[in-house]
Design a protein around this ligand. Structure first.
Ligand code: SAM
Length: 284
């Protein structure tokens, strides 16, 4: 009788979770900061998990990376300097660098081994982006960086793990205060903020912590299949740029002008993604 293949059980939620057949474990280690595993799955291609939480899969990564990147990048009139916190798999970096206005990207990722392993096992995620001359890759803690740096940025994207382990500090007022100090006038900050149906408190906490610091705070969403439990929510904070502040014609003009293809993001979806479910509006 053939041996059943092992399954990876996501442990993000205590009483419920998804599982993946592991056709092959490609890499597994306890890094300096977290438990890292990369495995092959027939449905999703290569999959990475950190500390029991699914981070990214080859098959659906484009949805999350396009929406976390292009919603702020097409809203800003001319984003030149960008800061990415986390994002060790390189997907956000790949999408940011598609914008020809970008002259410099600083990426602050706490775990060097995540970057190295993703370069090896997820080459299409970064697609050469880690070799781009515009990149300054810093291995360090995002909260320390934003509170210490002399640099300032037009767009800041927090592509962190969930608020567990090293990612926890990236959902604190101290982090958001640091973001405020290094965000240029006319700039915008966005962050992954969990699956709001299951992690509603994380969205509420973000709003409570961002609202005292930023004039314009909001949320948008996208359906990311392997972030299970419903829509994936993204936080938006700016002193100047309203969430969903651009009309469809302007978005379409900027999208055409950009001259690159997307697989999930488009101007119509950009407008629609700020419409939130009533349960979330009632909670906010
Ligand atoms: N898309 C995923 C999600 O929504 O959960 C996130 C993917 S990315 C792999 C998350 C990255 O955040 C990881 O590479 C992790 O090492 C990094 N990270 C966690 N805490 C951090 C911190 N305090 N400073 C910088 N990077 C951090």
């Amino acid at each position: 009788m053939t041996q059943a293949k092992p399954r990876y059980l996501e442990t993000l939620h205590q009483a419920w979770g998804q599982s993946f057949v592991m056709d092959e474990v490609l890499f597994e280690a306890k890094t300096e900061h977290q438990h890292l595993v990369i495995f092959q799955n027939a449905q999703w291609g290569r999959v990475m998990a950190l500390d029991g939480m699914i981070q990214t899969t080859e098959r659906d990564e484009f949805i999350y990376h396009e929406m976390l990147t292009h919603v702020p990048m097409f809203t800003h009139p001319e984003p030149k300097s960008v800061l990415i916190i986390g994002g060790g798999d390189g997907g956000i970096l790949r999408e940011v660098l598609k914008h020809s206005s970008v002259t410099s990207v600083t990426q602050v990722e706490i775990d060097a081994q995540v970057v190295e392993m993703c370069k090896t096992y997820f080459p299409k995620h970064s697609d050469g982006a880690f070799d781009d001359a515009r990149l300054n890759l810093v291995i360090g803690d995002g909260v320390a960086f934003v509170n210490d740096t002399d640099l300032s940025f037009d767009v800041i994207i927090s592509d962190s793990t969930d608020p567990v382990g090293p990612g926890e500090v990236l959902f604190t007022s101290r982090f958001y205060t640091g973001i405020k100090r290094c965000l240029n006038s006319g700039g915008v900050f966005v962050a992954q903020n969990g699956v709001s149906f299951l992690q509603t408190d994380e969205v509420l906490t973000s709003e409570q912590r961002l609202s005292p610091l930023f004039e314009k705070v909001g949320f948008y969403s996208a359906a990311v299949p392997t972030y299970v439990g419903g829509i994936m929510t993204f936080a938006w904070a700016s002193q100047d740029l309203k969430p969903n502040g651009l009309d469809l014609n302007s978005l379409q003009a900027r999208y055409q002008q950009a001259g690159f293809k997307t697989r999930y993001y488009n101007p119509g979806l950009h407008q629609a993604c700020f419409a939130l479910p009533q349960y979330l509006l009632d909670a906010l």
